[in-house]
Design a protein around this ligand. Structure first.
Ligand code: ZN
Length: 371
């Protein structure tokens, strides 16, 4: 937190969509609306609910109304969006299957949500036809609609020119959800591709993200959503019918990276005196991060700590003048890379190394056109 900042204020940057009232959202499964309530109130963030893949095609309107009503009642200031999440899971919808106009109408007219998200299907690596189908269908929708683009990560590198041309012609807000088996923005050139897409001036939101959300915000994304669990921090490819890993991870703020609770706990035992384990987020209040590992409800505490830490990082970027945010983010990534070298492994000769995403963000040229 910067001096003079109020944690009760929404986290806002200048590029936020009109009427959205927050630039930073947590993205949570619909079943976790109980925990979300406290977080959106305590941290003044918005929320994107991802509907349950198992039940999404049935009763989705009734279930959406229930979680929207619950959240509005308990966190009246939090903007809400709802992701139909049809693009993930085993029987996922593909982009070529178009959009359901009634779904976006429902979000606007019945739920009065500030923006409706389309129920887009997955758009594979070379599938220009699917991208065109989604954008053509979205072009017919009226009102405040954000078109969800669940994309294979190579759309940000090899196919970036095609994507940029299509989005510039489309000209309306889009929300990216990126697919890869590991961090999509850790792939060579992907973070630079995202920044180049944002620089077109087309309003871009980044869904299902992690700390890279802060980078996207620094480069002018108009909204970002940070997943509350690993399955919501990017889109996982379908491999033998399984999805995201189920292990609980926590954000180590000084490292700008999520690691499993066990990995962090073991590293603290080996390197107990490092300052970087002390967390000053509202949730931890100066405790060492391994308090979470030994808590009876460790997953819930990990969830609270990670979001609270991300909120603090987002506030620090939002409080920086827009023209200086990219440089500030680059410095944060470089410092996080360096911090990894303080952590010794078991043999004491080797140390941790930062993940590739930190290097990729550090390599983006920090220039920015306008706020
Ligand atoms: Zn914390």
């Amino acid at each position: 937190m910067q001096e003079g900042e109020n944690v009760n204020d929404p986290i806002l940057t200048e590029s936020v969509l009109p009427g959205l009232d927050n630039s930073v959202f947590i993205q949570a499964p619909q079943a976790r609306h109980d925990l979300v309530r406290d977080l959106v109130v305590n941290e003044s963030m918005g929320v994107v609910y991802s509907l349950d893949p198992g039940r999404r095609r049935r009763n989705r309107q009734a279930e959406t109304r229930a979680i929207v009503d619950y959240t509005r009642h308990r966190a009246p200031r939090a903007p809400i969006m709802v992701d139909a999440n049809l693009y993930s899971g085993r029987n996922r919808k593909t982009g070529s299957q178009g959009l359901t106009a009634g779904w976006t109408d429902f979000q606007q007219t019945v739920c009065s949500l500030p923006y409706a998200l389309t129920d887009s299907g997955y758009i594979g690596e070379h599938d220009v036809a699917a991208l065109d189908t989604v954008l053509a269908a979205a072009d017919k929708l009226t009102g405040r609609v954000v078109t969800v683009l669940p994309l294979h990560w190579k759309w940000l590198t090899e196919h970036l020119d095609v994507l940029k041309a299509r989005l510039e012609a489309f000209g309306r807000p889009v929300a990216l959800a990126l697919e890869n088996k590991t961090d999509p923005l850790g792939e060579k050139g992907a973070a630079a591709g995202l920044c180049s897409l944002i620089a077109t001036g087309v309003p871009i939101l980044l869904l299902r993200s992690d700390t890279s959300a802060i980078g996207a915000l620094a480069y002018g994304a108009c909204g970002v959503a940070v997943g509350t669990e690993s399955g919501l921090r990017h889109v996982y490819p379908i491999v033998n019918g399984s999805g995201a890993p189920a292990m609980t991870s926590i954000l180590v703020p000084e490292l700008l990276t999520y690691y499993t609770l066990d990995k962090v706990g073991d590293a603290i035992q080996l390197n107990p005196d490092l300052n970087l384990w002390t967390c000053r987020c509202l949730h931890c209040g100066g405790r060492r991060l391994d308090w979470i590992r030994f808590h009876g409800a460790a997953a819930d505490q990990a969830f609270g700590h990670s979001l609270s830490s991300l909120s603090a990082l987002a506030r620090s970027i939002a409080a920086t003048p827009a023209s200086l945010r990219p440089e500030a983010w680059t410095e944060m990534c470089q410092n996080a890379q360096l911090a990894h070298y303080q952590i010794k492994k078991v043999n004491e000769e080797e140390t941790w190394e930062g993940k590739s995403v930190l290097r990729e963000w550090s390599l983006v040229t920090p220039t920015r056109t306008g706020a």
